[in-house]
Design a protein around this ligand. Structure first.
Ligand code: PEP
Ligand code: MG
Length: 678
């Protein structure tokens, strides 16, 4: 056995992120690792256990390592803790409390005062909902009653855990296919909690002492969640919520109860809740939800993203007095200006009805006109294409009027499996999508995974900052066999349609050259005509060098999700920073402007394939900057096309220039609102 004594130097102690880094590192070793903090003891392979040590800056930890690789483990654990477990000395302290609601970029404050029966939150998904309130609370499963009639044995729990794993894997995959990486990460974290050794041991201990499996599970989850929540760290309280969410999922599976989210009243309602877990949000019957009114969460919370994907209005960050609204009382929810009106007067209802009808009519007309090209009133054509992940998406995109696929995410083929997909398997998928789309362009993005989303069949080093590590093209260039296999499959499928290739995360021209060279060699080998190849602009260095890159690259597609993350230095999945992550930040806009300018100088085109491309406040500015293509989620296509048809490009150039001179994202949104009377 090896022993180590070490002091925690992290400014805020072993909070969620460094603890997770430590646990992930320890899990790579076969040895058992125990951490002592005074009298408290933790299994270092269990996140919950490590968190409950409550180790703060200056805490002295005693670490015991026992097993065949104890020597290497000791060295790596020591150096990782000394290096700050991924936080480094200069890392900013996590905020002591969640970002104030008023900082949310998308909350465009009206200058007029709010009426007495109106609450103001953040408009997170546009549109108006009028209808009866449905207060959504988590269903309490009557454990005691059930336990009286049902002996819940160990096997039943194991079976529920296995099914929970299946459900979470499926949800994780669905989110990835829809490009919702942050949401996918949440379900991934839930999977990690299900397999937490300490949690499982605690449940087993209770079971052996005579509790039935149902009670043993519920009590263990509740105890752990309470301990984690009591540490009073905003990052940890999210972990406590995750634990409860996972706990409920397993309990429901054990007793065969439905998720309450699946059993809404049988009439359309406005769902009001303190917060919605990702599991709740994805399991609502969408036909029975008119909109979401949520106390917690910002405009980039999963509820907001999912509401936008579903085309349902949502207001988040509302005062908690909404939780006192009676079920069935009527409210007006305005997701465009972020207001919630209760006890509406007849004239307010009438006005809201008119606004709702106008909104529905706008959507209906947009859908009806979905096939009409996106040409501005003064004749500027903007290509509106789809972000897709599957053949099914491609088919839907066609119905919605997509002129092609601007971003085909290929990750879904590679995830949730223990070996890489074969060339033949990949070829079939790319070919079917190419055939469905016919002459329309399909831009296939090569594998974009990395340290933040490791694949079990790729050996990778542990990374302190996976988002700055071996991601995207870097990973593929270091795995030439894997990369060639994908390129061969795409090249062969290119004979069946109009496939083009796009490399993700390129930060330097050398990376593009190496990738293009491999592609050229394979084209010669396979005797296939040259395929167009472009790059994603997601890294500030690439945006700044766009004029140089454009000499060699066929096109640019700006990935604003990552470009925003790297420009503003904010992890795109960070819940506390989500409200501040806005692609309309002038710093991001300046990089977009530089990219477009660089492309046009060399006669190349530039598009957007991040979420910003479907933001109604961003569309006019992007057109004003000269964007050639917008690649957006499938449901957004008709509305983006309709908005473009209603704009005049010549009016937008000066608007875009003014936006570049703004100080904040909020100022940019105010500007667009004022100038375009939105
Ligand atoms: C982006 O970063 O904007 C993008 C479209 O890629 P992804 O969201 O898949 O990282
Ligand atoms: Mg990206």
């Amino acid at each position: 056995m090896k022993q180590l004594e070490i002091t925690i130097t992290n400014e805020t102690g072993l909070h969620a992120r460094p603890a997770k880094t430590l646990v992930n590192l320890v899990k790579q070793f076969k040895s058992n690792v125990t951490i002592w903090h005074g009298e408290k003891k933790a299994n270092a392979k269990s996140l919950i256990s490590v968190l409950t040590l409550g180790a703060s800056k200056g805490s002295l930890l005693k670490i015991e390592i026992n097993g065949e690789d104890e020597e290497t483990a000791l060295a790596e654990i020591e150096s990782a803790i000394m290096a700050g477990l991924g936080e480094g000395e200069t890392e900013e302290k996590p905020a002591a409390s969640p970002a104030p609601k008023s900082e949310a970029p998308r909350a465009i404050e009206e200058s007029k005062p709010t009426k007495a029966n109106t609450l103001r939150g953040v408009g997170a998904a546009p549109g108006i909902a009028i209808g009866p309130v449905y207060q959504f609370q988590h269903q309490e499963i009557p454990i005691d009653e059930i336990s009286d009639t049902l002996v819940v044995g160990w096997e039943r729990l194991q079976d529920a855990l296995a099914r929970a794993r299946e459900q979470l894997n499926k949800l994780n995959k669905q989110m990835i296919e829809q490009g919702m990486k942050a949401e996918a990460a949440i379900f991934d974290a839930h999977l990690g909690l299900l397999d937490d050794p300490e949690l499982n041991e605690a449940v087993h201990e209770r079971f052996q002492k005579g509790r039935d499996a149902l009670k043993a599970w519920k009590e263990t989850i509740e105890d752990s969640a309470m301990v984690v929540a009591a540490l009073n760290d905003p990052l940890l309280s999210a972990r406590a919520d995750d634990l409860r969410d996972v706990g409920r999922r397993v309990l429901r599976l054990m007793v065969g109860a439905e998720n309450k989210a699946d059993t809404l009243p049988d009439k359309p309602v406005v769902v009001v809740a303190r917060e919605l877990s990702p599991s709740d949000t994805v399991s609502f019957n969408k036909d029975l939800v008119l909109g979401f009114c949520i106390v917690n969460g910002g405009p980039t919370s999963h509820t907001a993203i999912l509401a936008r994907a579903l085309g349902l209005p949502a207001v988040v960050g509302v005062d908690e007095s909404v939780l006192n609204f009676e079920n069935d009382s009527y409210i007006i929810l305005n997701g465009s200006d972020g207001t919630v009106t209760f006890n509406p007067l007849p004239e307010e209802l009438q006005l809201a009805e008119q606004e709702r009808n106008a909104w529905l009519e706008k959507r209906r007309a947009a859908l009806e006109q979905a096939a009409t090209p996106a040409v501005t009133a003064d004749g500027r054509h903007v290509e509106v294409v789809a972000n897709a992940g599957t053949l099914e998406d491609a088919e839907k995109a066609l119905k919605m009027g997509a002129a092609g696929i601007g971003l085909l995410r290929t990750e879904f083929l590679f995830l949730e499996r223990t070996t890489a997909p074969t060339e033949a398997e990949q070829f079939e998928v790319y070919r079917s999508i190419a055939e469905v789309m016919g002459k329309r362009p399909v831009i296939v993005r090569t594998l974009d995974v990395g340290g933040d989303k490791p694949l079990p069949y790729i050996e990778m080093q542990r990374e302190e900052n996976p988002f700055l590590g071996e991601r995207g093209i870097r990973l593929c260039l270091n795995r030439p066999e894997l990369f060639r296999q994908q390129l061969r499959a795409i090249l062969r499928a290119s004979l069946y349609g109009n496939l083009q290739i796009m490399f993700p995360m390129v930060g330097d021209i050398e990376e593009y050259r190496r990738a293009r060279l491999m592609l050229d060699e394979l084209q010669i080998e396979l005797k296939i005509p040259r395929v167009t190849a472009g790059i994603m602009i997601e890294v500030p260095s690439a945006a700044l060098m766009a004029d140089v890159l454009a000499r060699e690259v066929d096109f640019f597609s700006i990935g604003t999700n990552d470009l925003t993350q790297y420009t503003l230095a904010m992890d795109r999945g960070h819940s506390l920073l989500s409200a501040k992550q806005d692609g309309l930040h002038p710093a991001v806009l300046r990089l977009i402007a530089k990219t477009i300018e660089g492309a046009h100088k060399c006669g190349k085109w530039a598009g957007i394939c991040g979420e910003l491309g479907a933001d109604p406040y961003a569309v006019p500015i992007l057109i004003g900057l000269g964007i050639d293509e917008l690649s957006v989620s499938v449901p957004s296509i008709p509305l983006v096309k309709a908005q473009i048809r209603g704009l005049k490009a010549s009016d937008l150039q000066s608007l875009a220039q003014q936006a570049l001179e703004c100080a904040t994202a909020r100022d940019v949104r105010e500007l667009v609102k004022k100038e375009l009377k939105m």
